[in-house]
Design a protein around this ligand. Structure first.
Ligand code: CA
Length: 181
């Protein structure tokens, strides 16, 4: 069932206009902790968007989430990836070490809370390859609101007022803004 769904999804996305969206990664795991294996797909062109299909007890998959692009799809040889944490949350990792001066890597942690998928955590690191000591790191727990940013000069701990945002309300820009200076 999951393999068939992935093939149908891949054919549907590659049939669209140029530049063709592609499937960057897919992963089968129980994402809503009901005991049935679900399917997550990361796809897009310049940005990676997340699709989640949840399985019922008979193994039938239904669309539970389809986000806008949440994060850049990175350098040409750096494919965004999906993984699952020990707690069962989904993680999207994307990076750009290949193009331009600004190098970056981001990890988005997505949790299932109160029947919704939310952005629960975000880590971001970046540096300018032509400027010494220009690195900057950001680590946010969006369930608690704690944001820690680090540079060569300082570490700053803040509390953000917003709760964990639902994923379909986000964009690449709004995800970045959580970590913006
Ligand atoms: Ca499940």
């Amino acid at each position: 069932m999951i393999r068939t769904a992935l093939l149908v999804f891949a054919c549907a996305t590659t049939a669209q206009a140029q530049p063709s969206p592609q499937v960057f990664a897919s992963l089968a795991s129980d994402l809503d902790a009901d005991g049935d294996e679900d399917l997550a797909i990361l796809s897009g062109t310049y940005g990676a968007q997340l699709t989640v299909l949840l399985a019922d007890a008979d193994g039938n998959l239904s669309l539970a989430l389809q986000t806008p692009a949440l994060i850049g799809s990175g350098g040409p040889s750096e494919t965004p990836s999906l993984s699952v944490t020990q707690q069962g949350s989904l993680q999207i990792t994307s990076s750009n070490y290949g193009i331009g001066r600004r190098k970056w890597e981001a990890v988005l942690t997505i949790a299932f809370r109160k029947s919704n998928f939310v952005l629960a955590g975000l880590t971001w690191s970046e540096f300018d390859s032509l400027t010494q000591d220009s690195w900057r790191k950001c680590d946010i727990n969006l369930l608690t609101g704690v944001r820690i940013t680090e540079t060569v000069d300082e570490t700053v701990r803040q509390i953000l007022p917003e709760p964990a945002p639902q994923l379909d309300s986000l964009s690449e820009e709004s995800v970045w803004n959580f970590c913006a200076p």
